[in-house]
Design a protein around this ligand. Structure first.
Ligand code: PLP
Length: 382
């Protein structure tokens, strides 16, 4: 049997139209966009067009887009850049316990450099409390960084309400929106954020390219020095094929977003109803009122994640325990730990299923049956 890929929150296959566009850029526009001759100008034009299209897609202006190597770099650029730009004003940062490691470990690194970080708790749905955030704000708070949608359980954070709370305060607001782009229409103006991270490879674009939205007037201290690219905010020759690939992936996602959400909801129904029919004991972790449509986090009481993931992989089902960065280690998920407690069964016995463009209902039904059999075997001790 062809293995079934249900780990799209880790990464997605590159869309064939994205590949075609990128190949033609590699072949026909190899120039350095910083060169003044015609070869450079041709590449520059592609970068400019991509920047305009991407900015339009999120309600930003082109000069508010800084191309980066992806989500991790965007998060680092936002958090470190903001911390250093505002360190004379204060050294307190607020985030949550359920952020991606690109945010959490960046905050930890800043703690070693004299910054103080508050890690907000979440409820059992994985959501932060805006009131708790209000109480955590101090006179020396300079930055709040809270993700748009969680990569392990799909829970959406109240970004617009947080932006509203921070309005009128001299506090920057960053959100990691990496998981949201495939299914949520992002408009930075209605969201009210100052900084927003995106990566292409989670929405069928290429790996190694992303952007940081930086609201006009927000100053970040750059930490990569060299040429004057990206208005001196990020030195280094542009990844032109990647930038064009990102533009293409985003254009396709924008055109297909509602259709994708419907598709993922249908796949989720097939997954859950098949598991129910098979009589497996399970619960869905995350927001019962709905989160990101492509992510389903499932708790199977009496199982062990490591053993379960290995057995599923051998049976041709590729899922994950949550964050890809921690897979392969025995640490329980920090997200589920924050939601349910370190000693909770949920933190030790849950897997993440995440859907993508090319998954079919038939595939998901097959995978659900394999999951049911594997879990059944583990629970009965067979
Ligand atoms: C994947 C992911 C990242 C990291 O993005 P890369 O482009 O792989 O560096 C950051 N945040 C979230 C929420 C993610 O899901």
């Amino acid at each position: 049997m062809e293995p079934i890929y249900l780990d799209h929150a880790a990464t997605t296959p590159t869309h064939p139209e994205v590949i075609d566009r990128m190949v033609s850029v590699y072949r026909e526009a190899f120039g350095n966009p910083s060169s003044v001759h015609s070869f450079g100008r041709k590449a520059r034009r592609l970068v400019d067009e991509a920047r305009e299209a991407i900015a339009r897609s999120i309600g930003a202006s082109p000069k508010e887009i800084v191309f980066t190597s992806g989500g991790t770099e965007s998060d680092n650029m936002a958090i470190i850049g903001a911390a250093y730009a505002k360190k004379e004003q204060g050294r307190h940062i607020i985030t949550t316990k359920v952020e991606h490691h690109a945010v959490l470990n960046t905050c930890r690194a800043l703690e070693k450099q004299g910054f103080t970080v508050t890690y907000l708790d979440v409820d059992r749905a994985g959501r932060v409390d805006v009131e708790a955030l209000r109480r955590a704000l101090r006179d020396d708070t300079i930055l709040v960084t809270i993700m748009y949608g969680n990569n392990e359980v799909g829970t959406l954070q109240p970004i617009a309400a947080i932006a509203e709370l921070l309005k009128g305060r001299d506090v920057l607001f960053h959100t990691d929106a990496v998981q949201a782009f495939g299914t949520e229409a992002i408009d930075v103006r209605t969201l009210g954020v100052d900084l927003l991270s995106m990566t292409a490879h989670k929405i069928n674009g290429p790996k190694g390219i992303g952007f940081l939205y930086v609201r006009e007037g927000v100053r970040l201290v750059p930490y990569q020095h060299g040429g004057e690219q990206e208005r001196k905010r990020r030195a280094g020759t542009h990844n032109v094929p990647g930038i064009v690939g990102l533009q293409k992936a985003l254009e396709i996602a924008d055109a297909e977003r509602e259709q994708r959400v419907r598709h993922y909801r249908a796949l989720r129904d097939v997954l859950l109803s098949t598991l129910e029919e098979r009589g497996v004991r399970f619960a869905v972790n995350g927001d019962p009122d709905g989160g990101l449509a492509h992510i389903v986090n499932l708790f199977f009481p009496g199982t062990n994640v490591e053993t379960l993931l290995t057995a599923l992989d051998l049976s041709g089902v590729a899922v994950s325990s949550g964050s890809a960065c921690t897979a392969g280690s025995v640490d329980p998920s920090h997200v589920l730990t924050a939601m349910f407690g370190a000693e909770s069964e949920e933190a030790k016995s849950s897997i993440r299923v995440s859907f993508g463009l090319y998954n079919t209902e038939e595939q998901v039904k097959k995978a659900a049956n394999i999951i049911a059999e594997t879990v059944g075997r583990m629970v009965s001790g067979a």
